[in-house]
Design a protein around this ligand. Structure first.
Ligand SMILES: Nc1nc2c(ncn2[C@@H]2O[C@H](COP(=O)(O)OP(=O)(O)O)[C@@H](O)[C@H]2O)c(=O)[nH]1
Ligand SMILES: [Mg+2]
Length: 1039
């Protein structure tokens, strides 16, 4: 910013024009226009609150506040100029009439409109769009015709307004609860213009503000006389035409107009701005001319014929009012009473505004001419008014973008034919990649063989990807983003606009349905179907980049010097350049739930090359349930443009770079801040539908792992949902600790507006910490890292500084509600905290090459994670544990029974032949086969009981069995394998017992034989002796 502002213009022209000298004073330059990357970069002013002392500071303060959608942005005042009147001297010098009555407004003070005009004059098209978008969020009027007092020219700000999209509900859709969502430059809304002729005692802008505000809530849409600095003379903004919209919300009691209305306001006297007046009279349905000196009206009406209806507005109380004159004008120009609005003496301001509203309403009802702003460009050309889009780069870019998008008729079919690599093939590849790590379905296959098989399948898929010729759309796309300079930025924007317009029609309805249905959670099938349609009909610029990534990845699998491979080598560099220019690049493809690792890492490698320094980065991430304002938070905080939408769009994570200014680089020891926006985690019910637990877990682990600070967005009253998210996050943090990273986190509680929130929620914070501790313990147990006892063991977190409360986004009732000033301020405070924390971050700031390596290893870790990982939350884990406990019981019973039986059988075997005679029982072999048959019967019975128990368990309704349904098959298989195991071991045991028994029997037989033999011998000996009748010596007997 400073670099931009400090540039002093060389003093070669001696007489500077009024405009130039003002711009110089403001530190702006028409030639060297302000760009987004300068505007968004983080410098020492981004978070400093030193009051403005110069006009340069004012301009910077205005833009800084506006980028954070702060409704107080236009309240600009230099402290230097207002403090002077309150100095100590006057306080003690007693009464001084001169000083009391003196005009303290010096010549130096700036009118807010001058600042707005100057900023628009000196910004490039992209900054203009951003400013206009933020202004319209604040419900400020935005410039339609921008004057240049030097050239006396003005410019139609068509491009600048192109980003604005509005949503409203006209009367006709009241019943159906439908709504209209339109890009405002393409919306056919009747325009009513308000102009001033000569002097006018009525404050036109203030009256307009009242006209557009409902009774409960006045809002300054237009800058007016009674605002801070609103009374300072305008230096360069006369001739400015601003517009604002009134959009109904569909509630009769609130809506001032039941149909949308555009209100245009010309600054200055029309007598000096005939060009603007002619434009308005060609494009408006009616023009309200505020005028005190009615004779002037005569000359106007005679010299300029207007297509629009003219209404005269005057104040009968003003000194120039002349009723005779009025009569004359009325008769001469056939003005009926309804065309003349006089604020009479008896009328107070409220009555007068009501009368005006009534008149406007009747005009709107009859309005036939409803050109949209894009069509107004034709009028501008005829009148010689410039249009801000009318230069070659923008036109070429539009042509290129139109050439691509005009081919899109059916989104699904288009994606299949023009972007074929990312569809089914990429999903199959993902499955294979994960299977290669997890080996869930390896079965009995040899692991090495199985892996080879998977690799071959992968190779085939890559070959299939390579077999496609590059589609026409992708060729055009890549050509267009290869175009030099500003043209490709315009191209990207046109693409975004075109694609957005195309899908809006279809998506906004679907999103609404999705939200309705998911709120009540009535019909799972319906939600599933809507979800499917949403994802198939969404087509954004990210799909083109995704395809580019796949084309590149596929080409890398070709041999080194293959021609197509060499032709595609430049793609990562192209993408890196765009990343530097602020493109949000898809990191995780949410549809396939995978990272195109080679692509992402190569892009980062090129990024490193592009930056001359050592390219260190710090990473900020946001996590939370979908549609809870995460993207809105980041956009407000950093002025970036992540897709803001309700319902689901693309799932996944996008990364974006923000520059750090030269001076701050040293403090931060870092060149860029990377911001990662995730597309929300699902609520438990919704996650159940499409089994996205695993996906959410993977996403959370990855982004937490990548970030230096994680913002955890909590925007719901529903604490179970919150717990659910926390559970995922805690698991993710725990895993990070294992790899030696202890990230920081901030809990962001949205929609909490009470000033005492921080105090009051002391107990809640304690409770939160307790819950977090509990979860940490549970998670630690599950992950077998039980030395983690409390949340702070895994995270840097303090309940006092780790919790931020942010009030609701809108102040009032959309669509007419401006952004709540409290929202913007709270986000600013959080931003300061984050930047402070980042600057203190000891250099975990990876340089990009390390970061790239870190992504790779994290993602691999995620891919290798198995079982425990697929638990999304405590609920599932709990249900699973319960099932396990039950199952173990059954299994134990089964085993116990079998052990008892085996012991019994063993006894029978060991007793074999002891009690009964052999011939009674038959051979031992027969006994064995009998026992085996018995064992099988017994085993089958046991298995049957186990399976029955399981089936029974899954039939019950409590215990969240539906959450573990998918594990049923695993348990069934486990039951079967237990039976097999038991069978094997029982048969072994029986056989062994029989073997032993048989051995024993042999032994017994031998022993028996021996005894018999000895006995026989002894007897024989005795007999012999007896026969010999010889007295034998003992020695002989011993023998
Ligand atoms: N009423 C209200 N709406 C909000 C708030 N924050 C965001 N929104 C709206 O909620 C919608 C979804 O916001 P988005 O940032 O896309 O949510 P994300 O899905 O979490 O990124 C947008 O239309 C926002 O305007 C808030 O605090 N209050
Ligand atoms: Mg989002």
């Amino acid at each position: 910013m400073n670099g931009q502002f400090d540039k002093s213009t060389p003093a070669m022209v001696t007489t500077k024009s009024r405009l130039d000298s003002l711009l110089e004073d403001l530190g702006l330059d028409q030639e060297d226009k302000l760009s987004l990357s300068t505007l968004l970069q983080i410098d020492d002013q981004s978070t400093s609150d030193t009051p403005a002392v110069s006009n340069r500071d004012l301009v910077w303060g205005f833009m800084k506040k506006l980028m954070m959608v702060n409704v107080t942005a236009r309240n600009v005042k230099c402290n230097a100029s207002c403090d002077s009147s309150y100095d100590m001297e006057s306080e003690i010098s007693g009464f001084n009439l001169d000083s009391l009555l003196s005009d303290s407004t010096s010549d130096d003070v700036l009118n807010p409109l001058d600042i707005i005009t100057a900023v628009f004059l000196c910004s490039d098209g992209f900054v203009q769009q951003e400013l206009a978008l933020k202004m319209s969020m604040c419900q400020f009027a935005v410039p339609l015709l921008l004057p240049n007092i030097d050239t006396q020219q003005c410019t139609l700000m068509l491009w600048a307004l192109r980003d604005i999209v509005k949503k409203y509900r006209p009367q006709s859709l009241l019943e159906s609860k439908g709504f209209i969502e339109e890009r405002i430059v393409l919306a056919k809304i009747p325009m009513i213009s308000f102009v001033r002729l000569g002097e006018c005692s009525l404050s036109k802008s203030e009256i307009l503000n009242k006209l557009l505000s409902n009774a409960q809530q006045y809002h300054d849409t237009f800058v007016h006389h009674n605002m801070e600095c609103g009374d300072c003379p305008r230096k360069i903004s006369d001739g400015l035409v601003e517009i604002a919209w009134y959009l109904p919300c569909g509630n009769k009691n609130i809506d001032i107009f039941s149909e949308p209305v555009t209100v245009a306001n010309l600054r200055g006297d029309i007598a000096s701005f005939i060009l603007q007046y002619s434009f308005l009279s060609e494009t408006s349905s009616a023009i309200f001319v505020f005028c005190d000196q009615l004779h002037l009206a005569c000359s106007l009406l005679t010299s300029y014929k207007s297509k629009a209806d003219i209404f005269l507005v005057s104040d009968s109380q003003n000194k120039d009012f002349d009723s005779e004159e009025l009569k004359r004008v009325a008769t001469e120009f056939n003005l009926t009473n309804n065309k003349i609005i006089i604020k009479s003496r008896s009328m107070n301001e409220a009555d007068f505004v009501t009368k005006l509203q009534w008149t406007v309403r009747s005009v709107v009802e009859k309005a036939k001419v409803r050109p949209h702003i894009e069509q107004m460009a034709d009028v501008a050309y005829e009148l010689g008014i410039q249009v801000d889009e009318d230069f070659p780069e923008c036109r070429n870019a539009k042509q290129n973008a139109d050439a691509i998008t005009s081919e899109i008729h059916d989104t699904l079919e288009y994606k299949e034919t023009q972007l074929p690599l990312q569809g089914k093939i990429w999903k199959e590849l993902t499955t294979l990649e994960k299977e290669e790590c997890r080996l869930r379905n390896a079965g009995s296959e040899n692991i090495e063989n199985y892996k080879v098989l998977l690799q071959e399948q992968k190779k085939t898929l890559r070959e299939k990807q390579n077999s496609y010729d590059m589609s026409k759309a992708m060729t055009c796309f890549i050509n267009a983003i290869s175009s030099p300079g500003i043209e490709r930025n315009y191209f990207m924007k046109w693409m975004r606009l075109n694609l957005d317009n195309m899908s809006r029609e279809k998506l906004s309805g679907l999103r609404e349905q999705y939200r309705e249905n998911s709120k009540e959670f009535k019909n799972k099938e319906v939600i599933k179907e809507i979800d499917r349609q949403l994802s198939s009909s969404s087509l954004g610029i990210e799909h083109f980049f995704r395809e580019m990534g796949q084309i590149y990845e596929a080409s890398v699998s070709l041999p080194e010097h293959h021609r197509s491979r060499e032709q595609l080598q430049h793609l990562p560099r192209l993408c890196a350049e765009l990343l530097l220019e602020g493109l949000p690049l898809e990191l995780v493809d949410g549809d396939a739930s995978n990272i195109p690792l080679r692509w992402v890492t190569d892009v980062l490698a090129h990024l490193h090359q592009l930056m001359s320094s050592n390219s260190k980065i710090l990473v900020v991430t946001v996590l939370g349930v979908q549609s809870t304002g995460k993207s809105t938070l980041l956009n407000t905080m950093f002025g970036v443009q992540f897709a803001v939408s309700s319902g689901r769009c693309t799932r996944g994570a996008f990364m974006l770079l923000i520059r750090i200014s030269e001076e701050l680089k040293k403090v931060f020891d870092c060149d860029f801040i990377m911001i990662i926006d995730t597309e929300g985690l699902k609520s438990p019910e919704l996650a159940q539908l499409d089994d996205s637990y695993e996906h959410d877990n993977e996403l959370a682990t990855l982004v937490v792992g990548l970030s230096d600070i994680t913002l955890i967005n909590i925007a719901m009253e529903n604490s179970t949902e919150m717990k659910d998210i926390l559970q995922i996050v805690v698991h993710a943090f725990l895993r990070m600790k294992e790899v030696g990273k202890k990230p920081k986190c901030r809990f962001v509680h949205q929609n909490v507006s009470d000033v005492s929130a921080h105090e009051k929620n002391l107990r809640d914070r304690k409770l939160l910490l307790e819950q977090l501790n509990e979860m940490t313990q549970a998670a630690a147990k599950m992950e077998k890292k039980e030395n983690n006892k409390s949340f702070t063991d895994v995270m840097e977190y303090s309940p006092d500084t780790g919790n931020w409360y942010i009030p609701g986004l809108w102040n009032g009732n959309p669509p007419m509600a401006p952004v709540n000033a409290g929202y913007s301020e709270a986000v600013y405070e959080l931003k300061k905290n984050i930047i402070q924390t980042l600057s203190e971050c000891e250099s975990s700031a990876n340089n990009i090459l390390e970061f790239q390596e870190w992504i790779r290893s994290l993602w691999n870790a995620v891919k290798y994670e198995n079982f425990i990982f697929s638990f999304r939350n405590s609920l599932v884990a709990d249900a699973y544990m319960r099932l396990c406990t039950e199952y173990n019981k059954w299994e134990w019973n089964f085993k116990k029974d079998m052990y008892a039986w085996v012991t019994n059988a063993e006894t029978i075997i060991s007793n074999y032949g002891k009690i009964v005679e052999e011939h009674d029982t038959g051979s031992i072999g027969k006994l064995l086969s009998n026992l085996k048959i018995n064992a099988c019967t017994k085993l089958s019975q046991g298995e049957e009981t186990l399976l029955q128990n399981l089936t029974q368990y899954f039939k019950q309704t409590g215990a969240h069995v539906n959450l573990v349904e998918k594990y049923k098959e695993d348990f069934m298989t486990s039951a079967k394998s237990i039976r097999k195991e038991l069978e094997k071991s029982i048969i072994n045991q029986l056989t062994a017992a029989v073997d032993i028994r048989q051995g024993m029997r042999e032994l017994e037989k031998i022993k028996e034989n021996h005894t018999q033999e000895i006995e026989e011998r002894v007897l024989e000996l005795i007999e012999q002796c007896r026969k010999k009748n010889v007295k034998m010596t003992y020695r002989e007997l011993d023998k």
